[in-house]
Ligand binder design. Structure first.
Ligand code: GRF
Length: 203
């Protein structure tokens, strides 16, 4: 499969997937293009260092759908099968989501359906939950609401700050995002309504 990655910043999740491909953990997929809505996204540099085509697409002066049309035509030009959102901090238009129906994955730093939207880790601390985590899910039109593929769980400690909790969650993101892409690339993920069925043992 040919993967396109959208990101806006650091790109550590993109890197974890790239490393999983390089190591052979993910066998049937390659990242063919990386796009960013931020010129200074570190993830763009990391992609280029690995010889992957990577572009900043400037959103200035464009309507959301006009911008997304650019992204979609670029991704289609690269014959992308799946779109991987890796810290892409821009809401996708319905046009984009319809263009890659059930072919877009996202990772969210919370145990969905709790704590959707921005600052999920801070929301978890404020809610006083004892466990937090991350979720890889299919992207649908409603924000952070699509079918859940895999989740990770971490404890929340009394001494946690937003930073310490985010770091603990991020370490697990780097495990479950490559896992989800691996399962996807092995055709082991089937959608049944709003549920994801996974073929075979995977833990
Ligand atoms: C991660 O916490 C991810 O869950 C969220 O945005 C952050 C991106 O980090 N969607 P990185 O750019 O992958 O390092």
């Amino acid at each position: 499969y040919r993967l396109g990655v959208l990101l806006s910043g650091r790109g550590s999740n993109f890197e974890s997937i790239l490393n999983a491909i390089k190591s052979g953990y993910i066998k049937n997929a390659e990242i063919v293009v990386v796009l960013s809505n931020k010129a200074d996204a570190r993830g763009l540099e990391k992609a280029k260092e690995s010889g992957i085509d990577a572009f900043f697409i400037n959103p200035n002066g464009l309507q959301r759908e006009e911008y997304d049309k650019k992204l979609v035509s670029l991704l289609k030009g690269y014959s992308v099968d799946y779109v991987i959102l890796a810290g892409y901090m821009r809401i996708l238009s319905d046009y984009f989501i319809e263009s890659f129906e059930n072919k877009i994955l996202n990772i969210h730093p919370a145990l969905l359906p709790s704590f959707k939207g921005l600052h999920a880790q801070r929301q978890a601390l404020e809610a006083g939950v004892r466990f937090a985590g991350a979720t890889v899910h299919f992207v649908t039109k409603e924000l952070d609401s699509g079918p859940i593929i895999v989740q990770s769980v971490v404890p929340v400690f009394d001494a946690d700050t937003e930073g310490s909790l985010s770091n603990r969650i991020l370490k697990t993101e780097h495990k479950i995002y490559p896992l989800a892409v691996k399962l996807l690339s092995e055709d082991r993920i089937k959608l049944k309504g709003n549920r994801v069925m996974i073929e075979g043992d995977f833990l």
